[in-house]
Design a protein. Structure first.
Length: 446
């Protein structure tokens, strides 16, 4: 008799995390005003299992799908966009682990995640290396220990975490992590080489944050997302715990990265609309040109709120659609793995001899287009909401006590990641020329 594995639903997750989200919401304005990093908020979420969301049931997690994870991430971003960004970095780490071809490695790190360990990211370098290359290097010392040296920036979440995930170039004496087929979500890969353009000797180094020769700086100077610890990490021959293979360029990990960014933006839009509606309900002052009506009675202002409500619903549905399409692609890969006796269900290079492989590849391409379309529209919709909500209010709404500007600042900063203009060009190239979209993999000097 086959047993049914219970995978946690969004309703289950929303109920579990509701008390923590309520507490985090109450403290968010004070943290923003005083620039207090959300260590306590993240710890509260960690204690109730935020880091295990997408860990499979058989590995000790709730096994949440991509759509349900994105819905919860929107809920969190709506109460604290900074803390949600920290969680996003960790969830990205989990997807990198799930994409690994080494089953023992996956098991080892999923156990650590299930035990509550969190990871941040150190994937970018502010200046210097060419596009697709890395100045950060991993080498071996005299005792054979892996050591990492370099300077990373945009290290979101690392200051809060046990581990950070750093892209690095490997010295010739350091073998590339294995790329065997089989097992988990890496089955959506289409090519064995995978990874970013440029050097073929790039990998992901998992580095313990609190150790000698590692320095984490809270020196992020952006006007938004100010409490994410998105600053500098310096490695001076620091110890490396593990090397991970880069995810395949046409696998699901880059799409997860993109969809979670859109979830953060959609959550910020929800927060801006919520706070603007609350202020509109409370407001009594009105100019003589409004005909003596209070804002809540004014048809023109209600029309603005109605438009923004529709925009917000559209933004959230675009995010959920990206999650649904990713779930569909992952499900097809899993089905192909089962029907082929454990052989990996691969992607676009499967050829004509694997219908299941081809279906998974097509599903992944659909997911890529859905994610890119969301990336084109969600920033536009959310930024408009964060601006136009002030049209229902007055000059007093710009009071620093209300901090309504934080929503626009957070949205503008998030929207500046992976600019939407390139996503629009790729969607257009697909529509006109049938050119497959290119995932965001790296940045550097062009």
């Amino acid at each position: 008799m086959t047993s049914t594995v219970h995978v946690t639903t969004y309703q289950d997750l929303a109920g579990r995390f509701a008390p923590a989200l309520q507490d985090i919401a109450r403290g968010e304005p004070a943290r923003e005003a005083g620039r207090h990093l959300p260590f306590a908020a993240l710890e509260q979420l960690r204690a109730v299992g935020i880091g295990t969301l997408t860990v499979p049931v058989e590995a000790g997690g709730p096994g949440a799908g991509q759509e349900d994870m994105l819905r919860l991430l929107m809920d969190l971003a709506a109460v604290d966009a900074n803390t949600a960004h920290l969680v996003r970095s960790h969830l990205s780490f989990v997807e990198h682990v799930l994409a690994q071809p080494d089953e023992a490695l996956r098991t080892r790190w999923l156990e650590r995640v299930a035990d509550g360990e969190l990871a941040g990211s150190a994937l970018s370098e502010a200046r210097g290396p060419a596009l697709g290359e890395m100045d950060t290097t991993v080498s071996r010392d005299e005792g054979g220990q892996l050591r990492i040296s370099g300077r990373k920036y945009y290290t979101t979440g690392s200051i809060f975490a046990t581990w950070t995930l750093a892209t690095a170039r490997l010295d010739d004496a350091v073998p590339l992590p294995g790329r065997r087929r089989g097992g988990s979500r890496q089955n959506l890969a289409s090519g064995a080489s995978g990874g970013s353009p440029g050097s073929a000797r790039l990998a992901l180094a998992v580095v313990r944050v609190r150790q000698p020769r590692t320095l984490v700086k809270d020196d992020w100077d952006g006007f938004g997302q100010r409490l994410t610890g998105t600053g500098t990490v310096e490695f001076d021959r620091a110890g490396v715990e593990e090397l991970l293979a880069l995810p395949p360029a046409d696998g699901h990990v880059p799409l997860h990265h993109e969809a979670t960014l859109m979830a953060l933006l959609a959550g910020v839009g929800r927060a801006a609309l919520r706070d603007g509606v609350d202020q509109t309900k409370r407001r009594r002052r009105s100019p003589n040109t409004a005909g003596g009506l209070t804002p809540r009675e004014d048809d023109q202002l209600l029309g603005i709120i109605g438009e923004l409500s529709a925009q917000q619903a559209t933004a959230e549905e675009l995010v959920r659609a990206a999650g649904r399409d990713l779930d569909a692609a992952l499900a097809l890969a899993a089905a192909g793995r089962d029907t082929q006796g454990g052989r990996a269900a691969v992607g676009a290079d499967a050829g004509d001899d694997g219908g299941d492989d081809g279906a998974a590849a097509e599903a992944l391409q659909r997911a890529a287009l859905t994610a890119h379309r969301a990336h084109v529209m969600v920033p536009r919709l959310v930024l408009d909401t964060c601006t136009r909500i002030f049209d229902t209010l007055g000059a007093s709404a710009t009071s620093t006590e209300l901090q309504l500007d934080r929503h626009w600042r957070n949205a503008r900063t998030l929207a500046s990641h992976d600019p939407a203009v390139f996503m629009a060009r790729m969607v257009g190239d697909w529509e006109v020329n049938g050119t497959a979209p290119v995932p965001y993999l790296s940045t550097g000097t062009a």
